[in-house]
Every structure is written in structure tokens, then in C-alpha cells.
Design a protein around this ligand. Sequence first.
Ligand SMILES: [Mg+2]
Length: 392
Amino acid sequence: MKIERIETLVCNARMRNWVFVKVITDQPGLFGWGEATLEWHTRAVVGAVEDLSELIVGEDPTSVEHLWQMMWRQHFWHGSGIVRSTAIAGIDLALWDIVGKVHGVPCHKLWGGPVRDTIRTYCHLGGGRLERFYETPVDHAAQFAELAQMAVEGGFSAFKSMAVPPTMPVEGLKPIKAADACVAAMREAVGDEIDIMVDCHARPSPTMGMQFARALDPYGLYFLEEPCWPECVDSLAAINAAVATPIATGERLTHSAAFRDLFAARACEICQLDLTHCGGFSEARRVAALAEAHRIALAPHNPQGPISTAASLEFGFAQPSYMICESVHEDVPWRRDVVQESFAVDPQTRTVRRGDRPGLGVSIDEDEVERHPFEQELPQRVFYHDGSVGDW
Ligand SMILES: [Mg+2]
């Protein structure tokens, strides 16, 4: 069996262009789906997939690890840059989808699974509609409470909020109090049985991240995400050591050596690896093994399209330390029209029961994808009060 060609299908979903990767074999009807969505880098990823195709077209698609090594190590530059690693991930996921189809089993069964019956999911406030998640102002604590209640009414037992505003390297009490008020309002609205997460989006400096973490610690957050830049591993470790709240990070890391350094410093309790950015299943399984050795839990980053979700769930059905999966369900109203999935979501609890279709278990409606061609992603830029550049 040989890889005949690799195609990319771009599907504009407002905030993101979903990049679906289709690896087509020379066996009639046998192909695999992967996803390589990277917001604001769409054309670069499509080009990177094309560059990688040159290495692996004509090769056996079931030699996944061998092909992964080629993609990562050949062409001189290691595949750790975010564009290259995302393109590798998209192809790697599609190769595993093919292997599952060849053997007639879901991907999780290829890795010794299943290890659980169901997977819990959490939502973003607003279900993934970007204005509600990213643009609810932190001085509107009541609005956070209202959106939190909506998430719970939608069946979710856990949700994530952006209750921490962008801040300059050092600011006074105002943003800390605003974040505190938002989390207090959400906790008051949903009670103690619901798990609340706060995403700092790596906006704070280490000192501001420490202040937010300490202020929010009494609310028993399920986790506090990216309290400072991912490059500041020592500062993440200091924050993780200073508070009882588990620190979560890892969505911007692209390879196992970066995760090794993160875990060795005990800079998090929860690893948010992204299956579509950190080299696909092949590298993610190495990262998961490292996490396991440190007793660090897995909660994958997954705000992208439906193939990313299927991959994140297949992974979870084979990983013992996996605790919850991020999900978006209201980013675009036609999301359900693009994909048919193998797994089933219980609308009462938003837990997922695994399916038994082979590989990733997804079929994509390519006509529906064509109805949503590439558009430039909506700009999301942050400037501080004085006009200087902040992190989005
Ligand atoms: Mg995040």
C-alpha cells in the first residue's frame, strides 16, 4: 500500500479556518482524515502540508512512526516550529485513521484501550461563540454569572471562562478585584458541584499571574490556565507551588522535549497538549508517557474543528491520566453538518460514550466544507491603555 496524495480542505468557521488533511492511498476508497487548524496561519499550514507531502507520497501509510521520523527530522529543520508541527500533526492523525481502518478498529484499540467508558467534556462560556468567550468585559461580573448558568443548563458540569483581563507587566488592584468578582459571581451562580476553570491566556506577567492565582485560590477552581507566558517555565512552577489550584498549560508546546522540561520543573498539574499541534498521536503518546511518570493529568486543548475533537476523544479512551476534554459546540451553527461522528454525546451530562467505527470514526461532508471557503480570520488584537502591545 502506498500514499498516493495528500489534500488539504479549508473550511472557514469564523474565528478559525479549519484545515482538514486527507491522506489518500492507492487502495480504492481507503483514505484518512486529520486536522491541522492553526488560526491566523492557515495559508502557511496548507503550504507546510504540501512541503511535507514531497517526503512521504509513495511510502507505506501504515509505517506511521517511520513517516513521523521522516517528517520531523528530514528537511534538516526539526519539526518543532508551530507551523511545521501542526502540519505534521494533521498528517499523523490521518495516518493513524488509515491504520485503524486497515485493522477495522477505533484508534484507541490500537494503543491498548479502552481504559474508560465515558469522557467528560467542558465548554467555553458562550459555547464557543467568540464574542461571548473573549469579549465579555471583566467589569460585568453579572454577565459571567448568567453565561455560567447557561452552560450548566446546557448540561455541562464544567466550563471555562476568560475572567482575567489583559494587564501590563505590573498593575494595581483593579484587575485583580475584577477577576475576583467575576469568579465569585460564577461560583455563587452555579454552586460547588460545578467545576469552574479560568483561562489567563498567558496574558499576565509572572508577578501578575501570581497575584491572580492567589486571589482566585479560595474559589476552588478546577484549574487555572496559562497564568503567564509558556516560555516562563520557572515562573509557572513558582505559581503552581504557591497555590492549591492546579495550574494547567501546554497548548503552545509542540514537542516532547518541551513537555519534558515543563514536567521536570513541576510547572503544571494538568497538561493541555494539543493533538493538532504537538505532532499528532505519535508525539502525544510520548508526551502522555512523560506526564504519567510525573503523575500529571491530561486535558487536551481542543477549540478547533470536529476532527480535532474526534482525535482528542480517541486519545482519551486510551490514556489513563486523561481527565476532561475541551469542547466547543456553538462556534458555527452548521458544525454538525460537516461531520458524522462515531462517538455519542449525552446531552444531559455532556459526557461522551465511545463509538466503534474504525480509526477516528469520522466522515466529512466535503460539499458542506466547500460551502465555507477560506476567509481571513477575524482580527483579535490587544493594546494596553497607553497603546503598547499586549497579549491577546
Ligand atoms: Mg488556553
